[in-house]
Write a protein that binds this ligand. Sequence first.
Ligand code: 13P
Length: 266
Amino acid sequence: MLNEYEIKKQICEIGKRIYDKGMVAANDGNISVKLNDNEFLCTPTGVSKGFMTPEYICKVDKDGKVIQANPGFKPSSEIKMHMRVYKERPDVNAVVHAHPMYATGFAIAGIPLTQPIMPEAVIALGCVPIAEYGTPSTEEIPNAVAKYLQSFDAVLLENHGALTFSDNLLAAYHKMESVEFYAKLLYISKQLGGPKELNDAQVKRLYEIRRQFGMTGKHPADLCPNANNGKPSCHGCGGNCSGHCSSGDADLVSEITRRVLEQLGK
Ligand code: 13P
């Protein structure tokens, strides 16, 4: 097991990766790691996450209050968002927030990542919903994210970026890479005339493989009622299901009616 100093070094390494890969600009993004139920390490606010050294890293309690921070460093302004994930997901030990170009483009366009276009994305992520817009640093973002936490390990933040989490920091970072790769491929295939989606039977087989692998974390394949309702997956829900997809035609009709009325401004 890594000691605290080694975890701080790992946070710096992941910060450098998200910066070098263009997943964040300037001082954007933040990273945290859970040490135990009341101690968490996090990146400081207002510094480039690409140039951190271990002494930059702050320690906070479960409420986000400072336990230790070197002079000149304060915890991330988004610490409430991180703490909400840990509170609601005891299986999570690391959280990464970034603004990767393509995923954030989808978050700005209001398009969730729901089209099943490649096996790896279906197995690793299922679909990626968009949590409703919230003002950074307020409770609005944690509140918006909360409803997706029991069904997903990756969420887009409307007009903002992406949030990923897992049982260890490397896995949380890899989820961010997977979200961005998926978003980029979806974008490119849309430019090439539109993706040829995997069919229902193919998606179902991939979900089965995920179950056989015994992969950790939350995934809509395991939780979405559509997956157990004669429908192969939750890819038809538009990413809005948060694990509570409409499971009957009546629900579907009322949802379509709601959206049409919304479009008409009623
Ligand atoms: P912090 O530097 O305070 O973590 O904020 C960066 C950011 O990306 C906010 O969304």
